[in-house]
Ligand binder design. Structure first.
Ligand SMILES: Cc1ncc(COP(=O)(O)O)c(C=O)c1O
Length: 399
């Protein structure tokens, strides 16, 4: 990296700059077209340049972008009401990003514990989890690469493997200071690892019996991506605290913590706040995102197109040496190989596909929810030969 680079060296970026987008397509500065199978890492829910989003944002920019939380913000109340209605929960706090939403959730858990006389409250967290890169959220994250160099970590986390009810029951028996269970309904960065339905139900039961908060990080898997508004809804449970971000405003920065019951009452004036959170521009983007998802049937679409992609990839790659499995829900899909495959990102770009590899060996597909069958066909038709070719070459090199 040249010393004159003005940006900090935080990302291993691909050498492509996108100049504009249209629906499921991105265009680079040289006019090449790419199918967007990543949606800004689960952000561009409505794809690019959606006419309803563009019109609403134009109008809102001209009217009012920001006014501050010292005053009433009616659009916050309006979006909050929508989230309450869709989640079955009761109260919302708006912020600007996933880690901020998770920080708020962790603060709720701490204060909830203190209110119950627990001086050093603990939260159960998970192996392979990802919750963000602030000091508290990286401490909750289950990935040493994210944590290394930032010690001392924040205390008060107890880590367990996902989908292991016994491990959680042992914690319940042995750790009297636990006040919350904090998990992703589907781990995203961890490699598209779903919490099983029975596991989510067991977490709910245990939280009810112990008085713990069930806190479900829906930052990546929420906002319709899996075919339900929130991924935990597949298990028929309602959490106590739910952080949201990413896709909620189709690309305008936003975060939200939705809560109910005692968790919704924890924050009192002075306990929490933000300058930008809940600004009219982001709220308008959130409202138009939800309304458009309903008008265009995007939940149902995510379920149907996701199923199509998964079954086609599974069928095409079945029996291919090196292919492990394709898994996910709706348009949150992981294709696991038996070896590191980060090199596929560049090859896919060269072939006109924007995708991502996470947890070293999992090709991650998070397309916009407006994806259609023809996009799915193009994705599968391009990706499958790339994966086959990559595995063949890699095996030949290793031989
Ligand atoms: C599940 C989950 N939680 C939290 C975050 C952090 O969100 P942000 O990057 O907006 O801080 C992410 C980001 O990838 C995520 O996937």
């Amino acid at each position: 990296m040249p010393a004159t680079q003005p940006l900090m060296n935080t990302y291993a970026r691909q050498p492509v700059a996108f100049s504009h987008g249209d629906g499921a397509w991105l265009y680079d500065s040289e006019g090449r077209r790419y199918l967007d199978c990543l949606a800004g890492i689960a952000v561009n829910t409505l794809g690019h340049n959606h006419p309803k989003l563009v019109a609403a944002l134009r109008e809102q920019v001209a009217r009012l972008i920001h006014s501050s939380n010292l005053f009433e913000v009616p659009l916050q109340t309006e979006l909050g009401a929508r989230l309450v209605e869709l989640s079955g929960m009761t109260n919302v706090f708006f912020c600007n990003s996933g880690l901020e939403a998770n920080e708020a959730a962790l603060k709720i858990a701490r204060k909830y514990g203190h209110e119950r006389g627990i001086a050093r409250p603990e939260a159960v967290v998970y192996e392979r989890a990802f919750h963000g890169r602030s000091i508290a959220t990286l401490s909750a994250t289950g990935n040493e690469k994210v944590q290394k160099g930032f010690e001392p970590l924040v205390e008060g986390f107890v880590r367990v493997p996902l989908n292991d009810v016994g491990a959680l029951e042992r914690i319940a028996a042995e750790r009297p200071d636990v006040v919350a269970v904090f998990l992703e309904a589907i781990q995203g960065e961890g490699g598209i690892q779903p919490a099983r339905i029975e596991y989510l139900q067991a977490v709910r039961r245990l939280c009810d019996s112990k008085g713990w908060l069930m806190m479900v990080d829906e930052v990546q898997c929420g906002t319709g991506r899996t075919g339900k508004w929130f991924a935990h809804q597949w298990a028929g449970v309602v959490p106590d605290v739910m952080p949201l971000a990413k896709g909620l405003a189709s690309g305008v920065p936003i975060g939200a913590v939705v809560a109910r019951g005692a968790a919704a009452e924890v924050f009192q004036p002075g306990n929490h706040g933000t300058t930008f959170g809940g600004n009219p521009l982001a709220m308008r983007a959130g409202l138009v995102t939800i309304a458009t998802m309903q008008e265009e049937g995007l939940l149902e679409n995510a379920g149907r197109i996701g199923q199509l992609i998964m079954s086609e990839i599974g069928r095409e790659l079945a029996g291919t040496p090196g292919f492990v499995e394709v898994r996910g829900q709706g348009l949150m899909i992981g294709v696991e190989l038996d070896r590191p495959c980060g090199a596929l990102v560049r090859r896919a770009l060269d072939a006109g596909l924007v995708l991502n590899v996470t947890a070293d060996r999992v090709i991650r597909l998070l397309p916009p929810l407006i994806f259609r069958a023809e996009h799915a066909e193009q994705l599968v038709g391009t990706l499958v030969p790339l994966v086959r070719g990559f595995l063949r070459e890699d095996q030949a090199r290793a031989a």
